[in-house]
Design a protein around this ligand. Structure first.
Ligand SMILES: O=c1ccn([C@@H]2O[C@H](COP(=O)(O)O)[C@@H](O)[C@H]2O)c(=O)[nH]1
Length: 272
């Protein structure tokens, strides 16, 4: 998907909400467990109830790999359903891949071509040749881990390198790579206070922001420091939306939780 289409969808829906499809069979309503493919049935119901409120969906691949072949089939059906019924919605394979070049090319093929996701999350720490095969895929986006939402982000990412910090070097260096216009970056909502500095290095890039909802990040803080003229944000919530109810009303409850975020986003967009 072209960036202009994503931006136009954001303005149309007055939303920059990304819904994380992190399906845990221990958390979904019991009645779905009797169906042939509970993960897909759950995702389909969530997508049907929320697609007017969200501009992106982000299945975290771990939640599918966890169930072996059945999980992969559910993932394939989910991305197929999104691409067939909602081609206007941006899709993210949250796979956090990255390896030596020829292996990265296989990951790029699997997620961006075979499964036809619009984007994939990639770990930057094996360097340029590990990211290039993803960037080489035309019409797709590579979302590089910038500053992650977890506590462990302070173990390495914020470590000083001369006058700079490791995560800043990732942002700065990757900007110089071929097809860097296809890059986006992950920044945790729990690290909103870093966004002003981050915007000095990557003023226009789209940021995928996980960490609102269950992890306690603040949407208004994220917007205060991270929002650009083109909005430039995809704010993700997974558990806070998916598991708003464990009853038969789970999809309606998810839509309600998504609406709360969308309305706050609309307000914050109007302020801009
Ligand atoms: O820094 C990061 C990078 C990725 N994630 C992923 O986003 C979702 C967050 O889920 P919630 O339930 O809304 O907390 C999940 O898939 C993480 O693996 C992240 O949280 N932080």
């Amino acid at each position: 998907m072209k960036l202009e289409s994503l931006i136009s969808e954001i303005h149309k829906k007055k939303s920059f909400l990304c819904i994380g499809l992190d399906v845990d069979l221990n958390k979904i309503p019991a009645h779905l467990l009797d169906t042939d493919d509970p993960i897909f049935q759950f995702n389909k119901a969530i997508i049907n109830a929320t697609h007017h409120l969200a501009v992106a969906y982000k299945p975290n691949i771990a939640f599918y790999e966890a169930y072996g072949l059945k999980g992969w089939k559910s993932l394939e059906k989910t991305i197929g359903y999104l691409n067939e019924h909602h081609p206007e919605i941006f899709t993210i394979a949250d796979a956090k891949r990255g390896d030596i070049g020829n292996t990265s090319a296989m990951y790029a093929n699997a997620f961006l071509k075979e499964m036809n996701f619009d984007s994939i999350t990639v770990a930057p720490y094996m360097g340029k040749d590990s990211v290039e095969p993803f960037l080489a895929v035309e019409g797709k986006h590579t979302i590089l881990l910038g500053l992650t939402s977890n506590e462990g982000a302070f173990d390495f990412q914020t470590k000083k390198i001369g006058d700079s910090e490791l995560y800043k070097e990732v942002l700065l260096t990757s900007r110089g790579w071929k097809h860097s216009d296809r890059l986006m970056y992950v920044v945790g909502a729990t690290k909103a206070e870093y966004l002003a500095d981050i915007r000095k290095i990557i003023p226009e890039s789209f940021l995928l922001i996980p960490g609102v909802g269950a992890q306690g990040g603040s949407l208004s803080e994220v917007c205060k420091y991270g929002m650009t003229e083109n909005i430039g944000l995809l704010v993700n919530s997974s558990r806070g939306i998916l598991y708003a109810s464990k009853g038969k009303d789970f999809a309606d409850a998810a839509a309600e939780a998504a609406t709360v975020l969308q309305l706050e986003m609309k307000k914050l967009m109007q302020k801009k």
